[in-house]
Design a protein around this ligand. Structure first.
Ligand SMILES: [Zn+2]
Ligand SMILES: [Zn+2]
Length: 284
């Protein structure tokens, strides 16, 4: 039994529908799937239904952007309640901020004589949580760039003319929010951050796990993060971070941690739900 716990759909910057993600997951022999769209849980109900129909287990999830020690970190929120009022409010706020950021990126492109319209990006994104990949796609489809990589390289990467910093909440705040919504907070792809010093303070703030298995981690990084997770008593998770076809070939099934890791996640949640002296020790 294998899982893929990091999957995006067209409700954020992926290209697959929730149904397509589930179908691909089944084709790759996976038995547990989690959706982790940026700042939204919108795809989860459909993915859950598709998983139920296909006999797969589904885990609700989202990927939040946060900040720790001046570094941007991505936090995966698993098992959160989809109707939690505060989490829903915070996500709506983040979606509005994402939409403003798109307008600002377009404004900056216009300033350097790239005639793109925000409406074109929103139409193409067709979701509440648009991001840079959508601007890249709009640039390609309007003929301003040949490839998505070129769009990022020339305009959208950090310190390029249309780059706009992202608003982010503190990691401690995000972790607390995820806990309040009944979920587990896991740091996504630590190997892409290259700022391992942020991990221990987040663990102290109640971080539950570390995404040791990720499609862009080398074997050495994977081993290093497994050791780090063990040392800090963090759960281990993993997923492909598949965006469908939006970031090259679909990666679903390329990273498939065994289901034991999911069992440990559930144990931690159950321990937290039980009143007891140690159960809530790290979730202050
Ligand atoms: Zn991420
Ligand atoms: Zn992701």
């Amino acid at each position: 039994m294998f899982a893929d716990l990091h999957l995006h759909t067209h409700f954020s910057d992926g290209t697959y529908s929730p149904e397509k993600v589930v179908e691909s997951g089944r084709e790759h022999g996976l038995s547990i799937l989690a959706l982790t769209d940026h700042d939204t849980l919108e795809g989860c109900a459909r993915a859950a239904a598709a998983c139920a129909a296909a006999g797969l287990e589904f885990i609700t999830g989202a990927e939040l952007t946060a900040e720790q020690g001046g570094h941007e970190v991505h936090l995966l929120a698993y098992f959160v309640a989809t109707d939690h009022p505060r989490l829903s409010r915070e996500m709506a706020k983040f979606q509005a901020v994402r939409q403003d950021r798109i307008r600002e990126m377009v404004f900056r492109l216009n300033r350097i004589n790239i005639p793109l319209e925000a409406a074109a990006v929103f139409a193409l994104a067709n979701c509440n949580a648009p991001g840079r990949p959508h601007v890249a796609r709009a640039l390609v489809s309007a003929g301003h760039c040949r490839t998505l990589d070129e769009a990022f390289e020339r305009y959208l990467k950090k310190h390029r003319p249309a780059w706009v910093p992202k608003y982010r909440m503190s990691a401690a705040h995000a972790i607390e929010l995820v806990h309040e919504a009944g979920g587990l907070a896991v740091m996504a792809h630590p190997g892409l951050n290259r700022s391992d010093e942020v991990i221990a303070p987040m663990a102290e703030a109640g971080l539950d796990g570390l995404e040791c298995f990720h499609s862009r981690h080398s074997t050495m990084q994977m081993e290093q993060y497994l050791a780090l997770a063990e040392g800090l008593n963090l759960l281990v998770t993993g997923g492909s971070d598949c965006h469908g076809e939006s970031k090259g070939r679909p990666l679903i099934g390329s990273i498939k941690p065994p289901s034991d890791y999911v069992a440990r996640m559930k144990q931690r949640l159950a321990a937290r739900a039980r009143p007891g002296p140690a159960a809530h020790a790290t979730a202050a």
